[in-house]
Structure formats: C-alpha cells, structure tokens
Design a protein around this ligand. Sequence first.
Ligand code: G6Q
Length: 571
Amino acid sequence: MTCSQTTLGPGLRRGNGALWSMTLTHHTLPLVERPAWRALHAHLPQAQRLHLRQLFADDPRRGERLALEACGIYFDYSKNRIAPGTLELLLQLAHESALRERIEAMFRGDKINATENRAVLHVALRAPRSARIEVDGADVVPEVHAVLDRMADFAERVRSGAWRGHTGRPIRTVVNIGIGGSDLGPVMAYEALRHYSARNLDFRFVSNIDGTDFAEAVHGLDPAETLFIVASKTFTTLETMTNAASARAWLLAGLGGDAAAVAKHFVAVSTAAAEVARFGIDTAHMFGFWDWVGGRYSMDSAIGLSTMIAIGPAQFRALLDGFHVVDEHFRHAPFERNLPVLHGLLSIWNNNFLGAHSAAVLPYEQYLKRFPAYLQQLTMESNGKRVTLAGHPVACDTGPIFWGEPGTNGQHSFYQLIHLGTRLVPCDFIAFAQPLNPLGNHHDLLLANVFAQGEALAFGKTPEQLRAEGCPEPLVPHRTFEGNRPSNTLLLRELTPYALGTLVALYEHSVFVQGAIWDINPFDQWGVELGKALAQRIVPELVGPEVELHHDGSTNALIRRYQQMKGGGPR
Ligand code: G6Q
C-alpha cells in the first residue's frame, strides 16, 4: 500500500448519541504528515543502498552498540537494516506519534479502547498489592489480588488433592474449555512452563467446535477424576458453550447422571455471573475478571487458572512479576533504551519502509512451541485494522502477518524461503542460555544453530566465496545467499515463569507501540463478528433441503452439497 492518503489525528468521532465518551488529550498530525515519517521516506534510499556486511564492516562495535539488556532479556537488534540516522528518525516518529502520552493514558486507566468505550488495563493484572490503578475512580488492584488469592486457594486444593470430585476421588486431569484469548494463553503457558508443572496432574485443552477436539481431549479420562474449567469472558461464545455442554453430558453420563456432580467437576472463569449460574455452575466456583481485560491480554487474569494449578501460585506470581518488570520498563525507560519501543519501531521500519509483509518468530526452545500461535492472536487480532481511531482509512499497511515454528525444525522446511526466496521476512530468534533438560551437547548444538541462522541471514554467501570454494559455475546463482535479511535475537538466561512473563509483555507492548504509530485501536476485534453472525444464520439451514436458501450462489451450492453428503446422498 502506498502512503499517499492522509488520516486524521486521534480525536474521536462523536455523533450517534455520543457513542464514545472518551477523548484523547494528545494530538498528532496525520501519520503521513509527521515530519519524521517524511524524513524516514527521504532517508530510505540511502538505507537501502547499505548492506549489513558494509554496516558491520564500517562499525566494528555495531554488534554491541545496537543491543540492549533489560528485564533479563539481551536484545540484539544490530542485524536490522538500519543505517546511521534510521533509529533516531524512528524515535522521533514515536515522539511525534504521542507515544509517551498514549502509554500514560493506558496506565492511567483512560478508556483508550474507544470503540468499546473501555479502559485497557492488563497491566493492572500484574501490579503489586501496593499499586493503585483506577478505573472510573475506583482502585482495581485490591479486586485483582482478591481474585488471585481465591485462585491460589483453589489451585492449592486441587494440587494437594484436598479438592475431591463427586465420588470423593482427587482430581487427576484438568481440562480447560475456552477459545481464542481464553485458550491460546493457557495452552501456550502450560506448554511453556511444563517443566515447572505438577506432574501428577494432566492438563488438556479444548477449543475447537469440531467434536474431535473434545473427543480426543477426554479420551481415556475418568470423569470421577476430571475437572473442567470453563473459561469464557462472556460465557456466550458458541464454541465454548457447546463444548461445555458436551463436557457436562459426558461427566453426567460417566457419574450416573447425578446433576450434583457438576459442582465438584466444573468451575468457571468469566465476567458474566448470571450466565455462569444459568449453566449450572455455582458462582462460588467462579473466578472473575473485568471488561478492561481484553481476551488476548488475559492470560494473567483468572483465565490463567489452569496455569496456576499447573505451576502453583508462587510460580504464577513469578510469571506476573516478569510481566510487571517489563510494564515498568516500558512506562519509564527512555525510548532509546526501551525494549518494546525499539522492537515496535523496528517492526514499523521493516513493515512500512522495507516492505516486509510478515514477521517470523522462531523460538529455539521446544517448550515455546505454542508461542508463535499465541503471538499470532496477540499481534494480528490487535493490529489487523484498516481504519484509524477516527474511523478513516489508514495511510499504510498495518499489522504484519505473524508466523513461526520452533527451531531447529523450521530450518528443515520454510527457512529456504527466508534465506533465498524473493520476500523479506524479518525474524525474531528467541533462545535461552541454560537448558531445562541438559542432555549431552544438545544445547550447544541448538544455540550454534540459532546464532548461525542470524549470521547467514545478515551476511549471506557471495559468488566470490562460492567460486573460491570450487563451486561449479552453473550452481553459483543457486547457492548465492545475498544476505541483508533482518533479524532480532532475544537471548535470555533460562526459561522460567518470570522469563516467560517478560517475553509476553515485551510483545504486548510492542504491539501497542505499533498501534500508536498507526493511530489505530489495537484493543477491539470487530473482525471476528461477521463470520460468527453468518454462522448463526446458517446453523438452522443445515437441517435439510426443505429450507429455502438466500445466500449467494456459491454458499447455497455448498450448503446443498453438504446436506446431500451428510445424508449419504449421491457421491
Ligand atoms: C480476544 C478475543 C477473542 C476471545 C474469544 C473468546 O481478544 O476477544 O479471541 O477471547 O472469542 O471469548 P470469550 O472469552 O468471551 O469466550
């Protein structure tokens, strides 16, 4: 997308009965009119002419100079295609985008989620007891800690076996039922922190409305020893409520049909007490959170109950402390030494100036195998927006497509494209110095690979080098790595709950930074609504051919074909 259109600043459209009560106090020029944005465009040809080989040759200290250590993360961003002056202009852009004021507005509890008229206060979920954060004049920190305390009490009871099922047996398996933000965080955190989890308990996760997900999750389980956590902010989500109803039926079928069993085998995590009670779960076994916690920002709210049961309250607190230390750093560190700010600005540079359409996150840590999926929601649901806060079309591309797999597996599949394809894919490499499962020289081999990938991407291999090695001439073009491909490396000491908290918070705030530059709202998700509504309309139409269809020709034909096929009609 070109950057020729103009946008309005972040003042909010009122009208329609003052739909949004919030006004932002900061004012910025439309993105394409900000001097730094223009200066970055003017600077671009010069930056594009320089190869990372040259940049490193010109500045022997670049590797250390363009690295930052904070909150236990060593962040090497030297292998980005930034020339002298690039970073200064990006930092100027942050200031011209009122980033500092926007950060303060979030931490202050302003209703920066303007389209839903909500505060955005996931930072309050990990604030210490002594903090004070107000929403509509009321301090929310005591409530946050009251829920954490109840969660801790419950988690301890399940972990110790004091919590008994309907037949008096302790719980052996916890099944989290939720989807999107009520699933991806819990699954990712469970997998990431499995090393710290109670191994006498098994954890499973059901999200998809596809019955296979539920069937496989409960396969082999004994209902008498199974606890379901129904995690849903609204408690109306079709997938979750359908799976929860199936879980209820499965449990009762296994326990002789006594409805009293539900109380011992179901707890709820929700903001909707009335809906929870309607389902049949005792609200005494409900753990609440608040409308100022977005789904994809909720893993450290009560949505993290399964995580807390798995790793215990003390380790969960350590996880929150990791988040909190990055929150403080984000709020107070000068932008040029600020991890999420630098990370977010480099993403803007790669996306809006160097033309990258995607970003790969490549953890060299098997426990982080679900981290890319988690970040997909965090980044793409947040910044997949096409209009500004004021409702005008954005002037440039917004959220890049996020994807990834753990290393080294990816090296044997899609890395070919990253190294030698025609597209620019900036990479985030994540690695830990100390293995959680030391085994021979595995870890040195793993780390050698991550360092090698960043090096190969940046510096490549020239035709001259190949010829010197005796590469046959016809193969030279095929084996030439042009290099100059950007990457960040995030090196941490060890994957602990605390370290995981720092990593997630870093990405949360990086998303915020990018949203601020684009002047969009990263905290709503209207994009999931239309498909949901249309599905609800189609459900009753699937019963049979007698129903009249009024969709487009393709959708009508698909529905008819499905009706035939499911009924065993013509093949
Ligand atoms: C996340 C989104 C979305 C949400 C799910 C589940 O930011 O809002 O992924 O988390 O749709 O919603 P419920 O928790 O209400 O079931």
